[in-house]
Design a protein around this ligand. Structure first.
Ligand SMILES: [Fe+2]
Ligand SMILES: [Fe+2]
Length: 395
């Protein structure tokens, strides 16, 4: 096809462009941060699943926008800090007092304003000189449209902002401080879920031990129903822990938040897989049995290093072995569809375990050997199923 030679559009100059991307950066970074904080408190499974997916989309968008700013204006002070008008919108988001209020503001105000600004951008930019922005913004537009259609239910507020991309940026101001929500008491579940202190009494220790002679793979229909129901809840707890790791540690490098958000998405997707398997393969559904949060609490009570060591580098590392063991037994029994699920869970577990080593070592000044020592020290306090023998006193 012959090249066209239409005149170039004027488009934005590079500074205007960098200002627009800086505004998008500030909105999306705040949304990733706050959505990670609220995710555990969103009760409905479907909303939690969507929110987990959107967190991951938005975290990747922040990385791409950071990259585009680097290309456009490096070295420079971009993205600076949000100007007064954008800061007022972000403060309003950060002041939400319930997950419902937060979701209404995010999906009814912030994301629609972001989407509208991206539309302005796409209509205005020059598609040849600024093709990298075009490609980035087309993807951002499609994702924000999907997000709003999936979780937008009205209830937004008029923020009085015409074009969010054109708002002034404060290039010399200190970085914006992110508000951290109060510590969690426990995650929220759909109101039809029975949350009890001991969880589902049907589950036996033998389902979770790591010794090949002792580990019991659930093969009877009744025990498979209880097992997958508990596994769905465990996946949600995993997503909630990773979301809180990100939210409670805004001081960590950006790549940490990208890794945590990827894991949030993986874990809510795993929960979705089990939610589908239960009615289609096993004859039960989400909500049929009680769930309990004692294991969640035992991990959440630790600081970030302890959570990474006990969850990513211990629980998930051992789950890899159990998943491959379960897969073999289920293939032998002809439950191919269920076995295939364990194959994918196992594959996803590898980067989750790596998140523990990567960021645990980072917290210890890059000393991986020191991190391994910390992991084995904390493992000494666990029973044969990996549950702590005593709850840590450190908050
Ligand atoms: Fe998982
Ligand atoms: Fe995992």
């Amino acid at each position: 096809m012959a090249l066209r030679h239409d005149p170039l559009k004027r488009g934005y100059d590079v500074d205007e462009n960098a200002i627009r991307f800086s505004n998008y950066f500030h909105v999306l970074r705040e949304l990733v941060h706050l959505s990670c904080g609220w995710l555990p408190l969103v009760p409905a499974f479907e909303d939690k699943l969507r929110l987990g997916e959107h967190i991951h989309d938005d975290a990747r968008a922040v990385s791409r926008i950071k990259r585009r700013l680097y290309e456009l204006r490096h070295p420079s002070d971009y993205p600076g800090a949000p100007g007064a008008e954008l800061a007022a919108l972000l403060d309003r988001l950060a002041s939400a007092e319930s997950p419902q209020e937060y979701l209404a503001l995010t999906y009814g105000t912030a994301k629609p304003l972001l989407l509208a600004a991206v539309e302005v951008d796409l209509a205005e930019l020059d598609p040849i000189t600024d093709e990298p922005s075009l490609l980035l913004l087309e993807k951002l537009r499609a994702r924000q449209q999907r997000h709003i259609s999936e979780l937008g239910a009205g209830g937004g507020e008029d923020a009085g902002i015409e074009d969010l991309g054109a708002l002034a940026i404060q290039l010399k101001a200190p970085p914006r401080e992110l508000r951290v929500l109060p510590p969690l008491v426990e995650p929220a579940r759909d109101d039809f879920i029975d949350v009890t202190p001991e969880g589902d009494p049907f589950l036996s220790e033998e389902l979770y031990v790591n010794d090949p002679d002792e580990n019991h793979v659930p093969i009877e229909p009744e025990e498979q129903r209880h097992f997958f129901h508990a596994l769905m809840d465990a996946e949600l707890c995993a997503a909630e822990l990773m979301a809180r790791n990100s939210h409670e540690h805004p001081e960590m490098p950006w790549d940490f938040h990208v890794d945590m958000s990827r894991q949030v998405w993986d874990e809510v997707r795993h929960a979705h897989v089990h939610e589908i398997l239960m009615p289609t393969e096993l004859g039960c559904r989400w909500g049929d049995y009680p769930v309990g949060f004692s294991y969640f609490r035992s991990i959440y009570a630790h600081d970030l290093l302890g959570r990474l060591a006990l969850f990513n580098s211990t629980s998930e590392q051992k789950a890899m072995w159990r998943h491959s063991h379960r897969r073999r037994v289920l293939v032998d029994r002809g439950q191919e569809q269920v076995a295939k699920v364990f194959d994918y869970l196992l594959a996803d577990e590898v980067p989750h375990v790596h998140n523990g080593v990567r960021w645990g070592s980072h917290l210890l000044g890059g000393d991986e050997a020191a991190y391994r020592r910390k992991v084995s020290e904390l493992r000494d306090g666990l029973d044969r199923t990996g549950a702590p023998t005593e709850t840590p006193s450190a908050a």
